[in-house]
Design a protein around this ligand. Structure first.
Ligand SMILES: Nc1ncnc2c1ncn2[C@@H]1O[C@H](COP(=O)(O)OP(=O)(O)O)[C@@H](O)[C@H]1O
Ligand code: SF4
Ligand SMILES: [Mg+2]
Length: 342
C-alpha cells in the first residue's frame, strides 16, 4: 500500500489567516449579581495573513493589545468574535484531537525568560515537557536524546540538561524557551517581545538565532515588539498596532521608507539613526500623552487625541485600514501621506 504524500509546504502560501478578531474583557460591577458595565477593547477588529516562511512584526506601545492577540492565537483566550485559520483549519472551532494537532503546530516564546520557566524544573524537564503533553511526538526512550539535540540546536551545552533555570543568564534562558517552542517541530512560532527583557548586546544574538532556526526549519514567525528598531532586520512585513487595531501594515520597505500613518511615523521618529548628518536633518516627532484607555477609545480615529494632523472629520469618521492614494499599502488615516522631512 502506498502512503499518500502529505501536502507540499509551499513557501509564501498563507499559513495563518486572521479575520476581524475581537477580544473584549468585560468590566463588571456588583459582588453577588455581577453585571457588565463596560468592556476593555483589548483587540478590536484585527485582520492579517501570515505567509509560510515569513516573519510578520507586530509593533505598538504597551497596552495596545499585542499580548492579547498572541494569547488568542494560542487559544489561551477565547475571542469575543472573529475567525482565524491555521493551515486552512478553523482555529477557534477545533476541539479534541484536532485542537491538539493545531496546538502542536503553533508554539509561543514568552517575553520574560525570568518568570516563564518553572524554577523547580530542570532544563531537561522544561524542554522535554511538550513530549509529555504530546507523547506521540517522541517515543519515550528517545526523549532525553531529543532534548539534548534541542539544547545543541539553540546553542546551549547539552551537558547542562540537569541544571536549573537560575544557573543560566537571561539570554541563555531565552534560548531554553526557544528550545521548548521548537520541541514539537511547529510551523508557526509566536514570539511575544522575546528580547525586550534582555541587554541590547544579547538581543542581537537571540534574534540571529531565531533567523537561523527559521532557515533551518522553515518556520513562520509572528514577532511582537514595542518599538520599530528591534524588528527591522528580522521582519519581512510589519503590522503597527494602536488601541486594539492594526493602523498600518506593509513590507519592511513600505513601513520603514514610506510609512503614511502618523502613528507609524512617530514610532519611526524614535528609532535611533547612526548617521549624525541624517540625524541633524530630520524633524523628530514627539508623541505626547499616554495611550487612551481601551475601555473608552476616542470616537472616529483612535489616534486623534495624540495626532498633530487631526481635523474635524477624524472625530466622526473611523478610518479603515485600506490602501491609500499616497502608497498602495493599507493605512488607517484619512490624510495618509509619506513624510518628506526625514
Ligand atoms: N485578562 C484581562 N482582563 C482585563 N483586561 C485585560 C486582560 N488582559 C489584558 N487586558 C487589557 O487589555 C489591554 C491590552 O493588553 P495587552 O494585550 O497586554 O497589551 P500589550 O501586550 O500590547 O502591552 C490593556 O489595557 C490590558 O490592561
Ligand atoms: S485619521 Fe486624522 S487623527 Fe487619525 S491619524 Fe489620520 S490625521 Fe491623525
Ligand atoms: Mg505584551
Amino acid at each position: 500500500m502506498t502512503v499518500p504524500a502529505s501536502p507540499a509546504k509551499v513557501r509564501g502560501e498563507t499559513i495563518l489567516g486572521v479575520d476581524e478578531l475581537v477580544k473584549h474583557f468585560p468590566i463588571t460591577q456588583g459582588v453577588l449579581f455581577k453585571r457588565q458595565i463596560d468592556a476593555v477593547r483589548a483587540v478590536d477588529g484585527v485582520s492579517f495573513e501570515l505567509r509560510r516562511g515569513e516573519t510578520l512584526g507586530v509593533v505598538g506601545e504597551s497596552g495596545c493589545g499585542k499580548s492579547t492577540l498572541a494569547r488568542l492565537l494560542m487559544r489561551l483566550e477565547t475571542p469575543t468574535s472573529g475567525r482565524a485559520t491555521l493551515e486552512g483549519r478553523d482555529l477557534f472551532a477545533a476541539s479534541g484531537g484536532e485542537l491538539r494537532r493545531l496546538r502542536r503546530n503553533m508554539q509561543m516564546v514568552m517575553q520574560d525568560p525570568y518568570t516563564s520557566l518553572n524554577p523547580r524544573m530542570t532544563v531537561g524537564d522544561i524542554v522535554g515537557e511538550p513530549f509529555a503533553i504530546h507523547p506521540d511526538a517522541a517515543p519515550k526512550g528517545s526523549r532525553r536524546q531529543r532534548v539534548r539535540e534541542l539544547l545543541d540546536v539553540v546553542g546551549l551545552n547539552p551537558e547542562h540538561v540537569n541544571r536549573y533555570p537560575h544557573q543560566f543568564s537571561g539570554g541563555q534562558r531565552q534560548r531554553i524557551g526557544i528550545a521548548r517552542a521548537l520541541a514539537l517541530r511547529p510551523d508557526v512560532i509566536v514570539c511575544d517581545e522575546p528580547v525586550s527583557a534582555l541587554d541590547v548586546s544579547i538581543q542581537a544574538q537571540v534574534i540571529n538565532l531565531l533567523e537561523q532556526l527559521q532557515d533551518e526549519f522553515g518556520l513562520s514567525y509572528i514577532f511582537i515588539a514595542h518599538d520599530l528598531s528591534v524588528v527591522r532586520h528580522i521582519c519581512d512585513r510589519v503590522a503597527v498596532m494602536y488601541l486594539g487595531r492594526i493602523v498600518e501594515i506593509g513590507t519592511e520597505e513600505e513601513i520603514y521608507q514610506r510609512a503614511t500613518h502618523p502613528y507609524t511615523q512617530a514610532l519611526l521618529s524614535a528609532v535611533p539613526v547612526p548617521d549624525p548628518e541624517a540625524r541633524d536633518r530630520r524633524t523628530v516627532i514627539r508623541l505626547t500623552g499616554d495611550v487612551p484607555s481601551p475601555a473608552d477609545p476616542p470616537s472616529g480615529c483612535r489616534f486623534r487625541t495624540r495626532c498633530w494632523k487631526a481635523e474635524e472629520v477624524c472625530a466622526v469618521q473611523d478610518p479603515q485600514t485600506v490602501p491609500r492614494a499616497a502608497d498602495p499599502h493599507p493605512s488607517a488615516c484619512h490624510f495618509a501621506e509619506v513624510r518628506t522631512d526625514v
